[in-house]
Design a protein around this ligand. Structure first.
Ligand code: HEC
Length: 459
């Protein structure tokens, strides 16, 4: 449905032989405004309505966050967004006025009116003043993901291999593994249903992570500042886990299904790792400053006595359970550690890196055993397939692969994806494999042959 919109987009704005026509700059009008512009009353409401859903909370496009005054000035990838007294040097003004690229907002959303732009201009001329008294947590805007963004950030395979679960944008669906038919969606009943019953939201914001308990009875989904534990039989939420500092980007169940570990935390500030009792939903442990950056991977040792975590600070760390004492730190990746997985014998751990390699670590010796190159973009997930010495990976390079960790060779390649992949999972015997990513398409493969069984667009 949205792919149709995507195709229409350029046509609507097109001219001649599909050449894009630029919208002209917004007219600069004079406004009669004697008193100083009031940020809270006059500026924030228009930023909130027209910009902040792409620039705060769970979405920070261009790495630009509008949620606090400081961040609003600081800007994103291109640097300072607001220069007091100088609208022409302020990206916020120049881009929203379509005087500098990229034009803001993006094409499909409502731009500033000339009057709003004039007000922003006047406010910057007057020094871009904002209230400074707020020292508490910034106001966070949580909003539904933009319509054009429908990535799959989580997949899971039911133990009976009959169905596959996928988290696409803010929805959770269960799909028939043979036919590729959507059987049901898991809806958070505290949220307003959408008109299309298949588009019922499972979370308000983008779902960032998903895990299925080994018995297949509990599904965990992580989003901005929350995790929901779903009863798979009824499709209803059993527990809501709250008070996370940021997005929850990794989830793992212990082998006996009793504990859930969560990973996340604020980028470049502090990683967050918490443990919960699955049956009661109560927190049992919160690690103290586990990483200095977002935690992208969590994994329990097979005996449940150790938790391994990997983060954007490039470290793999292991923690004694239930005490939460740091056991070992492993350093070797040159970029974020994106995921971690324990081997079935509990003797080694494999990490996936944004540096495009897998690393195999001996837990006992605390040493690196092997580096496995091959992927050509960051590796976003790694999971051991049952108790075999094989791991399944997916990557930004659009491939899903199986590797033998004992010799570093590629065992199998699963093709067909046409965009960045974020999620991969398999049945414990490796016979059924599922993947998903930026394009919003769930792919189901025969894990033994590598053949594609079904490709299901969930957008
Ligand atoms: C639909 C999402 C969306 C909306 C709405 C939106 N933006 Fe953006 N914004 C983006 C994206 C995507 C980028 C990064 C573009 C790039 O890097 O090429 C960006 C980048 C920016 C940047 C540059 C950040 C940097 O340093 O690179 C500024 C400034 C900005 N936006 C201001 C605004 C303003 C002001 C509004 C409201 C009028 C707005 N945006 C609305 C998606 C959005």
């Amino acid at each position: 449905m949205y792919s149709a919109l995507l195709l229409l987009g350029p046509l609507v704005f097109g001219q001649g032989e599909g050449k894009k026509k630029e919208l002209p700059p917004i007219e600069v009008v004079k406004i009669d405004h004697k008193s100083p512009v009031d940020f809270n009353k006059e500026i924030w409401p228009i930023l909130e309505a027209k910009c902040a859903f792409c620039h705060s909370g769970n979405v920070k496009e261009g790495q630009y966050d509008m949620a606090t005054g400081q961040a609003l000035i600081k800007g994103g990838k291109r640097g300072v967004a607001l220069v007091a007294g100088k609208p022409e040097e302020s990206n916020l003004y120049m881009m929203s006025g379509r005087m500098k690229k990229p034009h803001m907002p993006l094409k499909s959303e409502e731009p500033f009116t000339p009057k709003e732009l004039a007000l922003v201009r006047l406010w910057i001329e007057q020094g871009a003043k904002m209230p400074t008294e707020q020292r508490q947590k910034p106001k966070v805007v949580i909003s539904a993901p933009p319509k054009l963004v429908q990535p799959i950030h989580g997949v899971a395979v039911a133990p009976d291999k009959k169905t596959v679960f996928a988290a696409v944008a803010n929805r959770i669906v269960e799909v028939d593994a043979k036919e590729g038919k959507v059987l049901r969606t898991f809806r958070d009943e505290s949220l307003t249903p959408e008109k299309d019953p298949l588009k019922n939201p499972g979370h308000l914001s983008l779902i960032e992570s998903m895990a299925l308990s080994p018995d297949g009875l509990t599904l965990a989904t992580g989003a901005y500042q929350e995790v929901s534990l779903w009863d798979v039989k009824t499709g209803k939420i059993r527990h809501r886990l709250k008070d996370f500092s940021e997005r929850v980007v990794s989830l793992a169940f212990s082998a006996n299904g009793k504990l859930l570990a969560t990973g996340g935390g604020a980028p470049t500030e502090e990683g967050e790792v918490r443990l919960f009792d699955v049956s009661t939903g109560k927190e049992t442990l919160k690690l103290k400053a586990p990483h200095s950056d977002t935690v992208f991977g969590v994994s329990f040792s097979p005996d449940g006595k150790i938790l391994a975590t990997g983060g954007a600070d490039k470290f793999l760390r292991t923690w004694e359970l239930p005490s939460g004492k740091l056991l070992k730190s492993f350093e070797g990746h040159t970029h974020h550690v994106m995921d971690v997985s324990w081997k079935g014998d509990g003797k080694s751990i494999v990490t996936a890196g944004a540096d495009q390699v897998l690393k195999v670590w001996s837990y006992e010796n605390g040493e690196q055993i092997r580096t496995i190159p091959g992927h050509t973009k960051q590796i976003t997930r790694v999971v051991f397939v049952g108790t075999k010495p094989e791991v399944l990976t997916c990557s930004g390079d659009q491939t899903v692969r199986v590797w033998n960790v004992d010799n570093g060779s590629t065992v199998r390649n699963f093709g067909g994806s046409t965009d960045f992949l974020y999620a991969v999972a398999s049945s414990s015997d490796g016979a059924l494999v599922a993947s998903g990513g930026e394009e919003g398409t769930l792919r189901i493969y025969n894990g033994s042959t590598g053949n594609l069984i079904k490709s299901v667009s969930l957008k």
